[in-house]
Design a protein. Structure first.
Length: 165
């Protein structure tokens, strides 16, 4: 952060399910966000006030996400297939409003780093979740964590269709 903060709002969504943490604390207690939706028509997003989770100086935002409904295989007798997509995706924007009137928007982009190294080995709505607690990365979502060995994230361009009624 660069100054005295008046407010901070996090906007986030996923093709899949996600949870965001700021400086090591989850932004809320909700699970399986943003919830099931008809991904071919719309993607739900949430807005969360995260002002109290930020501090002066360096801050860290971490996002845990998995396929959820988006990558779940539907079908019977070994014939299941992913209906929506085969790779989950997540997007977030942090809108900062400073006391002096300045605004700043921080967004997920190619500068972010990611790794499939956490404790979740498999995650699905119907197949359940497999966790390997030995893979827990302490402090990965706190300022000062060394993510230098993590690759840059893949940025996927999505077409968004909107219409008014």
């Amino acid at each position: 952060m660069n100054g005295d903060l008046a407010s901070a709002t996090l906007y986030a969504t996923a093709q899949g399910v996600y949870q965001v943490s700021v400086n090591g604390s989850d932004v809320d207690t909700d699970v399986l966000k943003p919830g099931w939706t008809s991904y071919q028509y719309r993607i739900e997003h949430e807005a969360t006030d995260v002002t109290d989770l930020l501090s002066t100086g360096r801050n860290a935002i971490g996002i845990r996400f998995a396929g959820g409904w988006f990558t779940e295989k539907f079908g019977f007798h070994g014939e299941g297939r992913a209906f929506y997509g085969d790779q989950p995706a997540v997007a977030a924007q942090l809108h900062l409003q400073y006391l002096d009137g300045r605004t700043e928007v921080l967004s997920t982009d190619s500068q972010w780093r990611g790794a499939a190294e956490g404790p979740v080995v498999h995650s699905g709505i119907y197949d359940g979740e497999r966790i390997d607690a030995r893979r827990q990365l302490s402090g990965w979502d706190r300022p000062g964590f060394d993510d230098g060995g993590w690759p840059a994230v893949a940025v996927r361009r999505s077409e968004v269709w909107c219409r008014s009624r």
